[in-house]
Design a protein around this ligand. Sequence first.
Ligand SMILES: Cc1cc2nc3c(=O)[nH]c(=O)nc-3n(C[C@H](O)[C@H](O)[C@H](O)COP(=O)(O)O)c2cc1C
Length: 193
Amino acid sequence: MERLSIGTNVFVYPNPVTLLGTMVEGRVNFMPLGWLSRVNADPPWIGVGVYRGHHTARGIRENGTFSVNFPSADLVEAVDYCGLVSGSGTDKSGVFECFFGELKTAPLISACPLCLECRLVRTEELPTNDWFVGEIVASWADEACLTEGRPDVRKMNPLLLTMPDNRYWTVGAEAGKAWGAGAGRVKSEKDRA
Ligand SMILES: Cc1cc2nc3c(=O)[nH]c(=O)nc-3n(C[C@H](O)[C@H](O)[C@H](O)COP(=O)(O)O)c2cc1C
């Protein structure tokens, strides 16, 4: 099949869908966030790409904290709503029931199977977005979504996002063991050497 050049507006496939939690002028606010990544092993740092004009960016700059909440697919309607309206014009503080952990300005969502509390450690100003790097200071998981004490993606049933077709997805079947599926090839190369 021929390879086609498809331009430059290309994204990571798929993005996870999370809810970025902040307090802005004392009010809880959440926005859906697809652009995030763990960016450092130790200390545990996570990066989030936030358009500078979003209300959320104000909250992160104001408090130096944020939360990252992983919703399950059944929350899709509430998640999407938070992406259609801005906290600058709409009070989103009542959309989810919240709790607080160690940081008093990083609201966590009770209905989400996994919630992270982050303290801002770096801000990189990119042309349109801020890349906020936060240190994970605590994480909270719904016990029902754990297997042997670790988040289990089958139980979490997280939401995924594809862009630019802008669709939500759920996770499919496991395809193999990471740091394991290639082990046979490593062994045969060693045997040949
Ligand atoms: C599924 C989804 C993912 C999104 N991911 C991002 C993202 O990674 N970064 C970003 O700046 N905006 C993202 N947005 C857009 C914001 O969530 C949206 O503009 C939101 O209303 C901003 O809210 P705020 O002004 O209250 O902060 C996303 C929206 C949706 C629906």
